[in-house]
Design a protein around this ligand. Sequence first.
Ligand code: SF4
Length: 382
Amino acid sequence: MTTEAEPASTAILAARLPEEIVTAESVPGPVHARVLFQAAHNRLCGVEARQFRRLLDAHRNLLHGRNAEVERTIRDPAGNVKLMLRLGDGVAVETVVLTDAAAPGRGPEPGPPHRQPRRTLCLSTQVGCSMGCRFCRTGRLGLRRNLTTEEIVEQYLAARERLGPLSNIVFMGMGEPLLNTGAVFSAARIFAHPHGPEIPFKRITISTCGIPEGIERLASESFLAQLPGARPRLAVSLVTTDPMLRARLMPGATKLAGGAAGAAAALENLRTAVARYLERTGRPVTFEVPLLAGVNDGEEDAAAVCRFVDSLPRRDRCDVNLIPWNRVEGVPFEPPTETAVSAFAARILAGGYPVTGRFPRGGSIAAACGQLGESVSSVTTR
Ligand code: SF4
């Protein structure tokens, strides 16, 4: 089952690929469409801007139009920022920019160290979420609606305008991105486009609670003709390999993946979808484990995660990301101790898998993993 209905919103040029602009806006040709796309993303040089001034003037409304207003900006001393955006129909979403001093190997996207601090934009894809994960604030809200491509791209524009260039994008804010694949995949194309933001796909991550059908779509989707075979990275929130515990912690994901066949089938269907993804694409997969004290943070739990990954093809492409759980008011879990996190990480490493740890960032402004949703729960729909 997927939820794909998109509410109406005014198209903005920044949220259309050049080939969409050329048909929808009746521009004279592909060069003009490319120029409009570049202008929408501030990628036009002065000479081109002078050459195409009339074209840009004619499309001024779409170039500068917005459907979302930034209502609040909250910063913490470490440079993490949460933006609350009010959308055209009155609902609100949150988007977060996490600043990392860029120690190599930290975070969900292992890679070379960057000279500049890494700025990761965590995007929301739905207003609320239907998955109801027990450890997540957004999951307590239920689903209001999907975001459109425009509304996802506008989170990026709002963050970039206020904070400057963004190095990484994760679809890991409010909502389950693989239940809104149309808008999410379109936004990913825009972000990676060579004439647009040009953020490499290897630095764009789609994080899912484990929707087999969505994982299959990610594997089979063609993203950009200019970058054949390239696609966003996949991160799967595994949490635990105990089917019954996973069903209790992640009831929505279990129901979608397993249907009437139940919890064990759900985990097996997820395993099969990830195995096919690895075989088909050869692209890396990150397994995320939010660690909850006394629930899934034992060394035996870590050993079970290793066995799960052992069962996959191309397991050399797999790594594990540990996310010490962040407190959410009214949610009856506790963060793990540092000792437990270290022991868990050591066991994953001993199993032969790279392990990264997401150190709690943004917790003081309720911007860390699992904490989003304040603006949705505290505002009324116009
Ligand atoms: S963890 Fe993700 S999928 Fe689960 S309820 Fe929260 S937003 Fe939804």
